[in-house]
Design a protein around this ligand. Structure first.
Ligand code: ADP
Length: 200
């Protein structure tokens, strides 16, 4: 059974940046966002269930999911959101686990932005939280996404608080600093620790 380290953090905390540094050490990365996109890719049978529930206008001409239309529908109707989550979450979870189990590295890094929110910490042997101040989160996300402050604040309000996330952490990476070499060194140290834990 593959040893699974869950990596999480709020929007703009630095998850992708830090995951890339683990990947440089040869660690297999399983990205929940990519899997969530793949489960509703063209040709996936689950699209038929979505079309049956929401009507054919959530499927585009080319058979792909009309994400903005679907997003609008579930935004307007919480019951529809729950229906969709009940359909997709088990599938996503299953595929994440399958991807982790087929990892070739000594352990696998499972990157899940909403690990705490969706109560998925139980899938992981260890939880690593990327921690930054809310001010840094806002500033870095605004710059990365060309978003305005209100948009970023709204997303942050829908996510777990810094305290909730830290309460779920076994390990924490402090990504507040600008000196990337220091953060890279912290990644290298954690990597050694995870190799040891995975071998036990
Ligand atoms: P997430 O995947 O958690 O949303 P990213 O890894 O995309 O976050 O990081 C958000 C933005 O902040 C990116 O533009 C990234 O280059 C930048 N960033 C990440 N870590 C640092 C850091 N320590 N110092 C300065 N900028 C950083």
């Amino acid at each position: 059974m593959t040893y699974i380290v869950g990596l999480t953090g709020g929007i703009g905390s630095g998850k992708s940046t830090i995951a890339n540094w683990f990947a440089e050490q040869g660690v297999t990365i399983v990205d929940a966002d990519i899997i969530a996109r793949d489960v509703v890719a063209v040709g996936e049978p689950v699209l038929d269930a979505i079309a049956a529930h929401f009507g054919p206008d959530v499927i585009a001409e080319d058979g792909s999911l009309n994400r903005s239309k679907l997003r609008q529908r579930i935004f307007e109707n919480p019951a529809d959101r729950h229906w969709l989550e009940a359909l997709l979450h088990p599938l996503i979870r299953e595929r994440m686990m399958a991807a982790c189990q087929s990892a070739q590295s000594a352990y696998c890094l499972l990157v899940v932005p909403l690990l705490v929110e969706n109560k998925l910490t139980g899938l992981c042997h260890r939880v690593l939280v990327v921690d930054v101040s809310p001010e840094q989160q806002v500033a870095r996300t605004m710059q990365r996404d060309q978003a305005d402050e209100a948009q970023v604040n709204a997303i942050m309000a829908s996510q777990a608080s810094r305290e909730q996330r830290l309460a779920a952490a076994d390990d924490v990476i402090d990504n507040n600093g600008q000196d990337r070499s220091l953060i890279k060194a912290a990644v290298a140290q954690l990597h050694e620790k995870y190799l040891t834990l995975a071998s036990q």
